[in-house]
Write a protein that binds this ligand. Structure first.
Ligand SMILES: *Cc1c(COP(=O)(O)O)cnc(C)c1O
Length: 415
């Protein structure tokens, strides 16, 4: 019991050291990833992992929960204050479960839900046929405006009137523009639907008022805590008071049993960090950095879906570069820049290949990088995609430049 990880399991320890080295020496350009603080990681790796605490604060099914009541109530209070919401449930293990719990709370099997499809930027849990959400519910999709690749609220209104869904979902994994939640509320009211905002990607921006909040408009809001919010891997649900009991019962005992109290501790830490002044500035810098990275790519002849970004991610259409998303992402990884391939609206390529990549700036901004570094990264991405094919020297050269930048902007000082 008292051995360190190193003493108890040299293999896992060694793999962890390798991963730490990878994180230190590469650029994290995946917009759904971030670096949790040392404080968040300390809470995750704590004695709170040792206890069952089924139930909610002061209403537990296990004895010995006095400090768990205090802890979870603190996390709930900080979450509601941070977002200005009536009610928060902080027990969700993942964003997908937050969505599952919301459907379970508000819908009956077979009810109609309406969202953006995965192929145009939505999430698997928004009704995809390969997810529970497309099998337990009757899923319908609204599209993007084919002329602008943006949400077109008149088109969404028309589609909603036709389908008359029970639930409309607003919130995406690969949409680089502002979402107008007020317009979504009007659409939901017009057809008598619930409105769920899934802010998994943008919750950090929302908390810092760098993106308009859905709180006054959405019935229920789901989010991860590990993306722009920069907390532990996990999720939360915010809702209006009238849905509080329904949501809580859907989470426990509906779809989960014991909460991960060590993760709830880390969520509490994350919500406190997100209320500090530096976090507001951090989120604004994420957006400025993303716009600077987009500008650098435009100057290198790249095409950006919608022409640019209002948030933390870019969707790059690679069709004019004669390269697939998969190949571009693999070349970039060889040069130390980790990005993911992504379908673009109307993509002719399959999901395993894609015609796009989806770079984002939360990770680079956490390292303290600003606009000048984004310009460099944009130029390196261009060099790798333009010249890197069958050219290991170019990849090696850029890899060296990336490593130098990583050393100038370290992640964890004493790790
Ligand atoms: C990331 C994401 C989720 C949930 O993610 P998990 O991996 O299950 O935590 C849900 N919705 C959207 C829009 C997302 O981008």
């Amino acid at each position: 019991m008292n051995r360190s990880l190193h003493q108890a399991d040299a293999q896992v320890y060694r793999i962890m050291q390798d991963e730490l080295e990878r994180q230190k020496t590469t650029l994290m350009l995946i917009p759904s990833e971030n670096y949790a603080s040392r404080a968040v990681m300390a809470a995750m790796g704590s004695v709170f992992t040792n206890k069952y605490a089924e139930g909610y604060p002061y209403k537990r099914f296990y004895n010995g929960c006095e400090f768990y009541d205090e802890l979870e109530q603190l996390a709930i209070d900080r979450a509601t204050e941070l977002f200005g919401a009536d009610h928060a449930n902080v027990q969700l293990h993942t964003g997908s479960q937050a969505n599952m719990a919301t459907y379970y709370a508000l819908l009956k099997p077979g009810d109609k839900i309406m969202a953006l499809s995965v192929a145009t930027g939505g999430h698997l849990t928004h009704g995809s046929p390969i997810s529970f959400s497309g099998q337990f519910y009757e899923s319908h999709f609204y599209g993007l405006d084919p002329d602008t690749d943006r949400l077109n609220y008149d088109m969404i209104m028309e589609a909603a009137k036709e389908v008359r869904p029970r639930l409309i979902i607003a919130g995406y994994s690969a949409y680089p523009r502002i979402i107008d939640f007020k317009r979504f509320r009007e659409i939901a009211d017009e057809v008598g639907a619930y409105l769920m905002a899934d802010i998994a990607h943008i919750s950090g921006l929302v908390a810092a008022e760098a993106h308009p909040t859905p709180v006054p408009y959405a019935d229920v809001i789901t989010s991860t805590t590990h993306k722009t919010l920069r907390g532990p891997r996990g999720a939360l649900i915010l809702c209006k008071q009238e849905y509080a009991d329904q949501i809580d019962r859907a989470v426990f005992p509906g779809i989960q049993a014991g909460p991960l109290m060590q993760i709830i501790a880390a969520k509490a830490v994350c919500f406190k960090e997100a209320q500090e002044f530096g976090f507001r500035e951090y989120q604004r810098q994420i957006v400025r950095n993303c716009q600077a990275l987009g500008q650098a790519l435009l100057e290198e002849g790249f095409t950006l879906v919608t022409g640019g970004t209002d948030n933390h991610l870019l969707l790059v259409d690679l069709r004019n570069k004669q390269i697939t998303g998969r190949e571009a992402a693999d070349l970039m990884e060889a040069a130390g820049m980790v990005v993911n391939k992504n379908l673009i609206p109307g993509d002719p390529a399959p999901a395993t290949e894609t015609s796009g990549i989806r770079p984002g700036t939360p990770g680079l901004t956490s390292r303290g990088m600003k606009e000048p570094e984004m310009k460099l990264v944009g130029q390196w991405i261009a060099r790798v995609i333009h010249e890197g094919r069958d050219n290991p020297e170019v990849l090696e050269e850029v890899r060296g430049q990336v490593q130098g930048l990583c050393e100038a902007f370290p992640i964890y000082e004493d790790l």
